[in-house]
Design a protein around this ligand. Structure first.
Ligand SMILES: *Cc1c(COP(=O)(O)O)cnc(C)c1O
Length: 428
């Protein structure tokens, strides 16, 4: 491949051979307009595009890069593992170290199984919940995205929502019937769903802090309520912490909110930038998995040594809990800058933020679920997005995605981003 080709030239070639020119729809610029840029390298908080532009990155590879891009310690860990081989098809020592770290950081997890993506983690957790409870139905919440398996791609967030297909074509109605979709943050709806499906709900899966319809936090007490209701009805509670795990706190949302789910799904940060997912939880439930139990789940590259080495290096750097206070301070600075600029300009805005996750919704309605997220002015967001991008600040190309910070955003990157976002709001 020629490395000097421009983004425009690369995209033209990609469009011929790759549907929409992208290997994951969220990367397309269709909802904000324009051509997606190609990145040839990344370091710290900075992306360097094929056109030699430097961008301050608030997407952080959609979550994994909590230490910034191409961190020297992760790079060194991958290089060291590479010396010994790329895949063995047998158990390897890294898998044990990874399992020990996960169980230490996320105490609700007593046993864990590695996968190669978050999608596999959620898909497998759901199958396990169904096998364990011997029930078929599941409950999910509108706007929550749990990867792209059939049972979960119903009223989904992320790219499915951005591109107008929250219910994907290709999912048989008979499958969709087994997925009950409820509004996030709505207690009465949950009670009603359990009453309408007695003894039939295998599990409730939730993004405990929702990050795929923009960033939304639960009302006080809502997660405790979920825990109580699922326990009462013998349904498993699955926290999908693929995005929030190791990010909202070292032990994820469950640590911050002091909730003990039955199963937890992980991904993103756990791979240090390589393809990894994991699911784990109660030992009696996890022992239902093959080869011990009747629920089948597998993966040729699961526990891959390079991916484990990268993930272990990424997690080891989280031993220092000060990281989370630093990230929260950065997030708060960004939030305050946006809120202040919008106030001065008289533009309604909501900026939910917790630690290194945030969203900017242009609406005066507090955002607490899918319907209120859609009240955000997407046209205004598009204008804001392009003004930021033109001035070297990259946000996710959608009004319905969270923003991410990394420890590498400390200092110049955050100062510059606050300036650029303030100017972008002034120009709206
Ligand atoms: C990204 C994400 C997934 C899917 O993970 P992939 O690695 O993209 O398959 C699942 N759940 C949540 C909450 C996510 O953010």
């Amino acid at each position: 491949m020629s490395t000097s080709a421009s983004s425009e030239q690369l995209f033209a070639r990609a469009l011929q051979l790759i549907p929409g020119g992208v290997n994951s729809p969220v990367r397309a610029f269709r909802s904000v307009g324009g051509t997606p840029f190609f990145v040839k390298s990344a370091r710290g908080a900075t992306l360097i595009t094929a056109d030699d532009r430097e961008l301050i990155d608030f997407v952080c590879t959609w979550g994994p890069a909590i230490h910034g891009h191409n961190h020297p310690r992760i790079k060194a860990a991958i290089a060291a593992a590479l010396e010994n081989g790329t895949s063995f098809g047998t158990p390897n020592p890294y898998e044990v170290e990874m399992a020990e770290l996960i169980v230490k950081f996320v105490p609700s997890i007593k046993k864990v199984r590695m996968t190669s993506s978050g999608t596999e983690a959620t898909m497998s957790a759901i199958r396990l919940a169904r096998g364990f409870t011997k029930r078929d139905k599941i409950i999910k919440f509108s706007g929550c995205y749990h990867g792209h398996s059939d049972s979960l791609l119903i009223k989904a967030g992320s790219g499915a929502l951005t591109h107008g297909h929250p219910d994907s074509a290709g999912i048989p109605a008979s499958f969709a019937r087994e997925t009950v979709v409820l509004p996030y943050n709505d207690r009465a709806a949950l009670d009603a769903a359990f009453a309408a499906n007695p003894g039939q709900i295998a599990c409730v899966i939730i993004e405990a802090y929702c990050g795929n319809v923009g960033f939304i936090m639960p009302d006080a007490g809502y997660l405790t309520f979920l825990r109580e209701v699922t326990a009462k009805h013998g349904a498993l509670l699955i926290f999908d912490e693929v995005m929030t795990g190791f990010r909202i706190a070292r032990g994820g949302v469950q640590e911050r909110e002091k909730i003990v789910p039955d199963l937890t799904c992980l991904g993103k940060i756990i791979g240090g930038g390589l393809p990894v997912g994991a699911f784990g939880g109660r030992a009696d439930v996890m022992d239902y998995l093959a080869p011990l139990g009747p629920v089948y789940q597998a993966g040729t590259l699961s526990g891959n040594p390079l991916a484990m080495a990268a993930g272990i290096a990424s997690l080891r750097m989280l031993e220092d809990r000060h990281i989370y206070a630093t990230l929260d301070a950065l997030g708060l600075r960004l939030r305050n800058a946006v809120v202040a600029a919008a106030k001065t300009k008289g533009i309604p805005v909501q900026v939910p933020q917790c630690g290194s996750m945030f969203s900017i919704f242009f609406t005066d309605t507090p955002v607490r679920d899918y319907d209120t997220a859609l009240k955000g002015d997407a046209k205004r967001f598009t204008k804001f997005f392009h003004a930021c991008l033109d001035n070297g600040v990259y946000l996710a190309p959608s009004a319905y995605e969270a923003g991410f910070l990394s420890t590498a955003h400390d200092g110049h990157a955050i100062d510059r981003a606050c300036e650029v976002m303030t100017a972008a709001i002034n120009g709206l």
